[in-house]
Write a protein that binds this ligand. Sequence first.
Ligand SMILES: Cc1cc2nc3c(=O)[nH]c(=O)nc-3n(C[C@H](O)[C@H](O)[C@H](O)COP(=O)(O)OP(=O)(O)OC[C@H]3O[C@@H](n4cnc5c(N)ncnc54)[C@H](O)[C@@H]3O)c2cc1C
Length: 455
Amino acid sequence: MNISDSAPTATAPDLPLATECDVLVIGGGPAGATAAALLARQGRKVVVLEKAHHPRFHIGESLLPANVALFDQLGLRDELERIGMPKYGVEFVSPDHEHVQMVEFGDAWDKSMPYAWQVRRSEMDELLFRNATRQGAETIEGCRVRDVAFDDEGATVQAVLDDGAQRSWRARFVIDASGRDTFLSNKLKAKQKNPRHNSSALFGHFVNAERLPGKLEGNITIFWFAHGWFWYIPLADGTTSVGAVCWPYYLKSRTKPLKDFFADTIALCPQLAERLQNATLVDEATYATGNYSYTSTHSSGERYLMLGDAYTFVDPVFSSGVYLAMHNAFEGSKLVAAALDQPARVAAMRRSFERYMRKGPREFSWFIFRVTNPTIRDFFMYPENPFRVKEALLSLLAGDIYGKTPIWKSLRVLKGLYYLVSAGHPRRTWTAWARRRSNVRDLGPLRGENVVEAR
Ligand SMILES: Cc1cc2nc3c(=O)[nH]c(=O)nc-3n(C[C@H](O)[C@H](O)[C@H](O)COP(=O)(O)OP(=O)(O)OC[C@H]3O[C@@H](n4cnc5c(N)ncnc54)[C@H](O)[C@@H]3O)c2cc1C
């Protein structure tokens, strides 16, 4: 099977001799760096190719409590404590409710994971990447993978360095952790638009944004507004990350520079505008990204697997992206070890890996698809705990979905209550359903998509 990038690549005879390795990892973000560290720790020859240079900007700054245990296993908890802003809960602010609602992870079913962190991704991703190097992986920055060709023995991977030089590797196994670039999924034509979800985001960083007092300071706030919702993420250096996740029609309606459009969007949410009244946009830079909800038909092959965003991404509302990416790396590295050492076990392990990869996005998706629905919004604004539904929901929000915490019956009750309440308000339910169906329509590429506009 030959999977080549559309850009022309040198033919084999022109290339230098390939360097041999056990595992080649495409991408040194949270998924790739974690998998590389775990496999290198086992004494395997691992190479990570990262097209950027750390520290590099990345969005996705709010972590989940279940992620803390993964940092512990990597030996990085102290480092995260150093760079992170402790996050104990979530504040919900709705235009249709007089009060604001705070929920705390300490009230989840399992009380042993009460907090996570808000982080600068440039700092966290660099920590993970350098840790992979310390564990023995060869990590190369400024090196973009252009081409992968699989054969019966493994794969030949070709990459180009910043200076245009070409290099190639022979790997027994390839991990695609290329994030939203979805390198293998694109080449295998396995990538699919999510038919049930579609949203876009514009975001920037502010100084002097108002903070909550004391221990609440690091909590994430979710503000709903007419065209979607905002995140408000206080970072340890005093900066606050603010982003609007909106339906594509809204971003498509933009007729002015991104920065001005972002300011107008913030003005549509008075409670948020109030917290930003004395704040200024850092470097006057605003970012936009669109159409980011997608999945892949599968996540593994005989000699490869896809982790994190390289496999799927749904929506950032529950801050699950980094956690799923890193958890995928822990599970994926077991599959890679089996592929290298015990090939007879691989077929069965791949079947359970495929089920595992679908589970996280599926559990979060039920709530993601309904987060702008008035019934679910009421559940978040008035969290009650019959049949321990609040504890179960908080566990899901904490990312506690892969262990033994018995939240599933209570989550089924919660979903049942949702359908009952929805049926009791047929007009409201119908209006919300019809609006959502119209809003997730694909409107094609958005102007300003995946762009940064500064000054
Ligand atoms: C608007 C928005 C807000 C978000 N907010 C949150 C949040 O608050 N919390 C959260 O947990 N998640 C959030 N996410 C999701 C989160 O950003 C991702 O899920 C997470 O970064 C996935 O990690 P990854 O390692 O799979 O991919 P990435 O972090 O994207 O890493 C992939 C790496 O691969 C490199 N790469 C790509 N192609 C190649 C190539 N061909 N060769 C070499 N290197 C390559 C890239 O440079 C990159 O460093 C958000 C996402 C969006 C879009």
